[in-house]
Write a protein that binds this ligand. Structure first.
Ligand code: ACO
Length: 271
């Protein structure tokens, strides 16, 4: 980047724009090589808007290459109370575009743009960690599900509220939910919209770790440090291999392990 040339990548992440979207993005937190995204509308329990989902997508697009671990968390007592319910009222949310109607021909593209804010958290180049205290409801639960790993404070409460509001969960949460808890439990959780506490979440494998609230930050920092101790190319290749395993037979996966090892070791020797 030459002096005076606008830094388009960083410009995409202008903190003022992110703040307007209710987001904070800190590179190097909790450690060099990591970044932390904070949903930052605590007065409204980090209720989410399309602007926030688009802000998350912008962070994903412009993620600095040195960032290998991304922590997603919420300011205040809740991770997120889900979609800002004022969006369903005629008044809407001041300063926010209204939701696009499902009858609008542009609905599919618009929703895909919102989903982009969730999708990149699975990219093999990063490991994403949701640090959840308090409520993670609806769109907030789906955001936690989009992360590779979940660390929960013992007051965490997870709820897939959408069906109770006449909606399907549509922010990419259904696949990880089924992958993690299995179809029958996923169906039960979605169609009853019941709240799952931290202990049950751990039993259902929705949490890798549950800690007392006061220890959440420290536990996440320890996990991030452990993840960063692995070489970047090794972490990426391993994540890719593991992500592809469910869709493969044992023979296919064994072959993929062999291929990946050859490519990885060649890369490491050259690097
Ligand atoms: N949208 C807009 N405002 C919200 C939302 C929301 N989803 N959640 C909370 N708020 C606001 C409240 O209206 C309240 O505002 P006020 O201080 O101006 O009255 C403030 O945030 C604090 O909320 P409380 O209810 O007082 O906080 P409490 O800690 O007691 O409860 C809880 C938190 C359980 C999250 C509760 O607010 C709640 O049930 N919120 C709605 C959850 C919901 O149904 N979300 C939609 C899910 S579906 C989807 O995401 C697609």
């Amino acid at each position: 980047m030459t002096a005076g040339q606008p830094d388009l990548v960083r410009a995409d992440l202008a903190q003022a724009d992110l703040a307007r979207a209710g987001l904070r993005f800190e590179v190097g937190v909790p450690a060099p090589g990591a970044a932390t995204i904070t949903l930052d509308r605590s007065r409204r329990r980090n209720a989410m808007t399309p602007g926030m989902w688009q802000g998350l997508a912008a962070i994903g697009r412009a993620l600095p290459p040195e960032v290998r671990v991304v922590v997603v968390t919420g300011a205040g007592p809740s991770f997120s109370a889900g979609i800002d319910l004022r969006l369903f009222t005629p008044e809407g949310v001041p300063g926010e575009d209204p939701l696009v109607s499902t009858a609008d021909p542009g609905f599919d593209e618009w929703l895909a743009g919102c989903q982009a804010g969730y999708r990149w958290l699975r990219d093999p180049g990063v490991v994403s960690v949701a640090a959840v205290r308090g409520h993670a409801i609806g769109a907030g639960f789906q955001l936690a599900l989009s992360c590779d790993l979940r660390v929960l404070a013992d007051d965490a409460q997870l709820c897939m509220k959408e069906p109770a509001l006449g909606l399907v969960p549509d922010l990419t949460g259904t696949k990880p939910l089924v992958d993690i808890v299995g179809l029958p439990r996923a169906l039960e959780l979605c169609l009853t919209s019941r709240t799952v506490g931290a202990a049950e979440a751990a039993a259902l494998r929705l949490a890798e770790l549950v800690v007392p609230g006061a220890e959440l930050e420290g536990a996440v920092a320890d996990l991030v440090a452990a993840l960063l101790a692995v070489e970047p190319a090794v972490a990426r290749a391993t994540k890719e291999l593991l992500q592809q395993a469910p869709g493969r037979t044992l023979d296919e996966q064994a072959a993929a392990e062999r291929r990946t090892q050859v490519v990885l070791q060649r890369t490491r020797l050259e690097g």
